[in-house]
Design a protein around this ligand. Structure first.
Ligand SMILES: [Fe+2]
Length: 187
């Protein structure tokens, strides 16, 4: 039996019942660890679609009430996100390769404004196959994710606490951010 259906069922219940984002990721991270182990039983070739110009997001599941979404992301060498946050909690598991996350630290107080944002580069995390990481949006988790040119492609599973059709991207030099739509492939 595919581990996807029981994962989704449990994730829907946990997401509904958890009091705070930190409770959601605490409960869901171990489930993601299991899901990654069994991913070959439910992922189809469509979930491994890539794009030569940018990383590729492939939808695995989206809750009808927009409370949850699950994607594979295929990162070819040299493909990175912009600097962004998600406005949501998230749990990420690595299926293939080494996914790199470079974090940013916000030095200016978050007053909800889209300008006057001072960011400095923080630490990096290298996530090998089987690794699970998570984040919560309080404060915003600001980062870039991708794969350097010198490493092979990576494929990862991303669960978010909302439909992830847009996120905030940041211009570090000008200290501004804006909401942008992000595309994905339907299966
Ligand atoms: Fe992200």
């Amino acid at each position: 039996m595919s581990p996807l259906d029981p994962f989704i069922e449990r994730a829907v219940v946990l997401t509904r019942d958890c009091a705070e984002p930190a409770d959601c990721v605490l409960a869901l991270a171990p489930l993601m660890l299991e899901l990654v182990e069994g991913a070959s039983t439910f992922l189809a070739p469509a979930h491994y679609r890539s794009h030569p110009d940018h990383y590729s997001r492939n939808l695995v599941f989206a809750a009808p009430d927009a409370s949850l979404s699950l994607y594979t992301i295929v990162w070819s060498p040299g493909q990175w996100t912009p600097v962004h946050d998600h406005g949501s909690w998230g749990v990420v598991g690595v299926l293939e390769g080494v996914l790199e996350e470079r974090s940013y630290v916000r030095l200016s107080a978050d007053q909800g404004a889209d300008e006057g944002i001072r960011l400095v580069r923080g630490g990096i995390i290298l996530l090998g196959r089987g690794a699970v990481t998570s984040f919560v949006p309080n404060p915003d988790h600001i980062h870039i994710t991708g794969v350097p040119l010198e490493r092979p492609r990576s494929v990862s599973l991303h669960l978010y606490g909302r439909t992830m059709n847009n996120f905030n991207t940041y211009d570090v030099a000008s200290g501004t951010r804006r909401s942008v739509n992000v595309e994905h492939n339907e299966s």
